[in-house]
Write a protein that binds this ligand. Structure first.
Ligand SMILES: *Cc1c(COP(=O)(O)O)cnc(C)c1O
Length: 523
């Protein structure tokens, strides 16, 4: 393990604890950084504009009278502030980002170059359509390839994330049941226990009652349980495929047959499309609606809450209810259908003010076109190969949650192998940070005890995978050898230690307030 340490770094946590904290809070060429509000920017500004001439405003009484309450920084100060903050964080450009269910892959610079072309980046959604023909054509092409790759006849591009796509899909399903007069009796949505939390949340948000479907011992939907719960009171099922245990639902055709037989729709959570893109077309599996996280499968940077894009492909039955807007092309070029009339008479409405995330559309299409159809198929194959390599190389030390057979694009372990070590999944993940590795997804899916869900994606080389695997093996060996101190207080080397994540989620501080007695708030 010594080779994994930066030269001069202490090799055991105990040695670290006996070292004095630094005098300034900085460490290893990285200075401590306060909040931007805590600096001395209150009396200055980073810009120098001439005073406006004449009457400054037409706003009358609405003119702001108090200072705006933002600190000012010079350009170099602003640069340093944000670069210092960025260095406290992890990035896919630094190392593997093995978060399961997130598909954190390398973002080719070509995508960025394309997204920054002025014809894409400098346009406004209210521009006349005749002046943005290229952008509309790009949306039309992206829609074409999403339909082709999924084998589905329609796509709604505008949803801004996977969860927003789920909302879109369920609203289309509700609209379809309303149109056929069945909405009042179909009040339930069936969701497997292993589902991502957004699935039941979306169903509840749309007004449905969520009914859980059991899982089999081998990590798949329990078809008998599903069949027993399907009936004329069910609006839809929401099934993730490959599922959140990283396994392909072998009975998917039977699942969709039973669902349709009961008059319900099949919503597929397509967040794991990376594992099957170019190999399996969800349309062939009987899917009625599926979101595609462009920011997962088709690269495009994400994390920290955005940006994202979650287009939803729709079956023939649901297509008429797709939300506006969408692009059509006729002899005169491309135009947006924006109103609920004519072809769009049954559209359930709009999901957002404009057309969705243009920058993500450009990046996703750029990713598709630079890979080509054979390249996209290889994406899925390599993603699955990489996950199986990790599973195979760690299974002697760690317990695979579903040891039988290969996995798809994610390797899932439980905490059975940590029994008796006094080390938990959380401790193990925090010790990974000390070794320079971002942890995998922990404690999800909920159906696996102490879950560790590792998703390498296709963009990791064998050398990078081996580096990750060696670190995992070294830590696993240390845990089994009783080196508990290494884990209990970890991370020792990170700028932040263990945070109260529950409190951060339940009682987030979203606003800076001036300290008591300071005159800043009054300014
Ligand atoms: C990521 C993910 C989602 C939600 O997607 P967002 O883009 O984060 O809203 C839903 N389901 C699964 C299985 C996911 O992995």
């Amino acid at each position: 393990m010594s080779t994994m340490n930066t030269v001069g770094r202490p090799t055991t946590p105990n040695q670290v604890e006996t070292r004095p904290a630094t005098l300034t809070g900085g460490r290893g060429l990285l200075q401590n950084e306060a909040l931007i509000f805590e600096g001395d920017g209150w009396g200055k500004t980073g810009v120098d504009l001439p005073e406006p001439k004449g009457d400054a405003s037409d706003l009358g009484d609405l003119v702001r009278k108090d200072p705006i309450g933002l600190p000012g920084l010079s350009e170099p100060e602003a640069m340093r502030h944000y670069v210092r903050l960025s260095q406290k964080n992890h990035a896919i450009d630094l190392a593997i980002y093995p978060l399961g269910s997130c598909t954190m892959k390398h973002n080719p610079r070509l995508n960025e170059k394309m997204a920054r072309l002025p014809g894409f980046s400098d346009i406004h959604p209210l521009q006349p359509q005749s002046t943005v023909q290229g952008a509309l054509e790009l949306m039309d092409q992206l829609a074409h390839w999403l339909k082709t790759l999924t084998g589905m006849p329609a796509v709604a591009l505008s949803p801004k994330a996977g969860a927003h796509g789920e909302l879109c899909g369920l609203m289309a399903i509700r609209a379809a049941h309303e149109a056929s007069g069945e909405h009042e009796k179909r009040r339930k949505v069936l969701v497997p226990t292993s589902a991502h939390g957004t699935n039941p949340a979306t169903a509840a948000f749309v007004g449905y009652t969520v009914v859980e479907v059991a899982q089999t011992d081998d990590g798949r939907v329990d078809v008998a349980d599903l069949a027993s719960k399907l009936g004329d009171d069910v609006a839809a099922i929401m099934v993730t495929n490959p599922n959140t245990c990283g396994l392909f639902e072998r009975d998917i055709l039977e699942i969709s047959r039973l669902t349709h037989e009961a008059g319900a729709y099949f919503y597929c959570d397509g967040a794991n499309f990376n594992a099957i893109v170019g190999r399996v077309r969800p349309g062939d599996l009987g899917v009625d609606a599926m979101h595609i996280n462009l920011h997962k499968t088709f690269s495009t940077p994400h994390g920290g809450g955005g940006p994202g894009a979650g287009p939803v492909v729709l079956s023939e039955a649901l297509a008429p209810f797709a939300p506006a807007p969408w692009v059509v092309s006729d002899g005169d070029g491309f135009r947006l259908i924006e109103r609920e009339e004519e072809d769009a008479a049954q559209a359930f409405g709009r999901l957002c003010a404009f057309q969705g995330q243009m920058g993500m559309y450009v990046r996703a299409l750029s990713y598709m076109m630079s890979h080509g159809s054979d390249g996209l198929r290889q994406v899925a194959e390599d993603a699955v190969l990489n996950a199986n390599y990790i599973k195979a190389r760690l299974s002697d030390l760690m317990s695979a949650a579903f040891p039988e057979g290969p996995c798809m694009h994610e390797a899932l372990f439980d905490d059975e192998w940590l029994k008796g070590t006094d080390v938990t999944t959380l401790d193990f993940a925090k010790a990974m940070i000390d070794e320079g590795f971002h942890p995998m997804t922990m404690y999800f899916p909920l159906v696996v005890h102490g879950a560790m869900l590792i998703e390498p994606t296709e963009t990791e080389s064998k050398a990078e995978l081996d580096r990750f695997i060696e670190a995992m093996r070294a830590l696993a060996t240390a845990a089994k050898a009783g080196d508990v101190d290494r884990f209990k207080g970890a991370p020792f080397h990170a700028p932040m230690k263990r945070l109260d994540e529950t409190r951060a989620a339940r009682a987030p501080k979203l606003r800076w307030t001036a300290p008591e007695g300071s005159n800043l708030a009054a300014e």
